[in-house]
Design a protein. Structure first.
Length: 292
């Protein structure tokens, strides 16, 4: 047996886990027929564009949570608890990165999901996935946090992430985490937001259509919700609407169609081939650390 100090590169995860202990999580899950999404992804690839499944879920989250302000919210306090409801939807995504020579999970927020097109979301995800965490400004606060003594870092993390005003850009209003790049069918995690979504892999499964059994690409989608903020009926509505959005996805009718961004120019780096889920790999739902 060997005993070593807790690695500095993972302190933000440790502080995050400390902070979510007050959460009262309840877990739901469903299966989503991803045929429409997979068809859209295949058509896009033929045109030289690639979309991560995570981007579709982020886009769906923006549409659905904008209609559920009670779920797009945060809670603080015990003696005098208060709830903040947000007009904008920020999606926290987790990323499998290497920092200081150690494999870690980092996270960053994709802002304004309620008004973003799928192209907008994918460009943001691509930049986070392909960027170097040793130099990206999104992770500057994490790097500073790692250099601080643990008591100081823990205190600063708590002060910043509990702030209603700074929560949307630091922790987001919804968390999306995926393990679908591996042989993981489903999982649940608590991301420090009222709603956390977990994505499993997409595999062919039997489904019933018009009374007949067919084979379709199916993804298991989990939802963890903080029971202090919303009840099960509201959470079930959110999960059902996310399922409906993804199963009925059609670019000609999706909200982003009217204001979709221009495709990336030929001079921009092409996205990597493996973009089913792996754009945002999450082994642990850590939050981005605040700056001092």
């Amino acid at each position: 047996m060997s005993v070593t100090r807790f690695p500095a590169e993972r302190r933000h995860t440790l502080y995050h886990c400390d902070e979510i202990r007050e959460t009262a999580p309840v877990f739901l899950d469903t299966e989503v027929d991803m045929s429409r999404v997979q068809e859209h992804r295949a058509a896009a690839r033929r045109d030289g564009r690639r979309y991560s499944v995570v981007s579709y879920v982020l886009r769906a989250s923006g549409s659905v949570l904008a209609r559920h302000p009670d779920a797009n919210a945060a809670i603080r306090g015990r003696l005098r608890p208060k709830v903040a409801r947000y007009a904008t939807v920020g999606g926290k995504v987790t990323l499998d990165k290497t920092l200081g020579g150690r494999r870690v999970v980092l996270s960053s927020v994709v802002p304004g999901l309620e008004r973003s097109s799928l192209d907008d979301v994918q460009k943001h995800v691509d930049r986070l996935r392909d960027g170097d965490p040793e130099s990206m400004p999104e992770f500057e606060a994490v790097r500073k946090l790692h250099r601080l003594p643990v008591p100081v870092g823990r205190t600063l993390f708590r002060l910043a992430t509990r702030s209603f005003a700074h929560r949307p850009e630091l922790r987001g209003t919804v968390a999306v985490t995926s393990l679908g790049h591996r042989a993981v069918d489903s999982f649940h995690s608590v991301g420090g937001t009222t709603v956390t979504l977990g994505l499993g892999r997409i595999v062919d499964r039997p489904v019933v259509r018009d009374g007949a059994v067919a084979v379709a690409p199916v993804m298991r989608l989990s939802l963890a919700f903080d029971h202090r903020v919303i009840d099960g009926a509201e959470a079930a509505d959110v999960l059902s609407e996310l399922k409906d959005f993804l199963e009925a996805y059609a670019p000609e009718t999706a909200p982003e169609a009217a204001g979709a961004s221009e495709p990336a120019s030929a001079e921009e780096p092409a996205a990597q081939e493996e973009v089913v889920h792996e754009a945002v790999d999450a082994r642990d739902p850590a939050s981005p650390a605040p700056g001092p």
